[in-house]
Design a protein around this ligand. Sequence first.
Ligand SMILES: Cc1cc2nc3c(=O)[nH]c(=O)nc-3n(C[C@H](O)[C@H](O)[C@H](O)COP(=O)(O)O)c2cc1C
Length: 309
Amino acid sequence: VFELNRVIAHTGTQWPIWQAPMGWIARSRLVAAVANAGGLGILETSSREFDVVRRELHELGSLTDRPWAVNLPISFLKSDDSIVDDVLHSDVRFVTTSAGHPGVYAQRLLDSGINVYHAVSSVDAAIRAEDAGVCGLIVEGHESAAFRSVQEVHTFTLLQAIRRRVDLPIVAAGGIVDGVGMAAAFALGAEGVQMGTRFVASVESPVHGNYKRAIIEADGDATTVTNRGRGPCVRVLRTQSSEVLEAGGHSFGQALRDTRLMYFNGNMATGLASAGESATLIDRLETCQAIIDSTIESFSATVDRLRFC
Ligand SMILES: Cc1cc2nc3c(=O)[nH]c(=O)nc-3n(C[C@H](O)[C@H](O)[C@H](O)COP(=O)(O)O)c2cc1C
């Protein structure tokens, strides 16, 4: 079914299913579990803990013989982008860029034989990325977790709008947790999907059980976009901490600084518990292998069902 899939051609993976880069979370254990299950695991660098990331860049080769990738969040690397040289001199053959102008690293990476996809949240950004020569796009709708664009266009509309203007392969992100969402994204023009929240609540994710449980128990209108209109805004679970932040009880900077601690000590009253609207659709903890297998299975079942609609 994926015979002509350009995302698979670019990444070399078995399936066009990606685990999103996530600061402190998308480390070698999670990346290798996704790669070994046939998807694309993406190592984060947004934590800027380069000593750890560097070590993991080298360790990953012993944890999987399948392809995996690295994310370079451009604006996060302004003060120190030494990790880019490590990536250029590693075995990595696929990079995603985000949070900045795609032209900053694209040519150097492409010249080294590395395929590059850039994450966008608007038609204008997609056209800029195409002009910068990237191989493909990650199209992130406003229902996505974590840092969000000021342009609040959701996946359903954004995929179609970008597909009409740009011919590059598209990986859809935001609101997808299984093969039903994947089939919908493919109908709208995608050739791959990236999931973040789904993999936070996976067995191999390194975060505290309280954070995973909060995602699994999330229902209805469980997320909110915080810091809107004041600077970078972020989609998070509604928690005591997000409410205190909105009420002006602590600063956005303080909440960001507390986030790493919350990930690992599970104190949900502090930090920012990034999650997409997709949290509502996640109802159990699963291994990466089970997530990817069931996504492919329900994708095929959905495509079959649509033939008779
Ligand atoms: C906890 C968390 C941290 C994230 N951190 C990053 C990041 O460092 N860089 C990035 O490009 N995207 C980051 N994202 C966003 C994802 O890349 C992805 O686009 C998004 O999670 C898709 O929506 P979904 O969570 O509904 O699947 C993060 C997402 C989550 C859940």
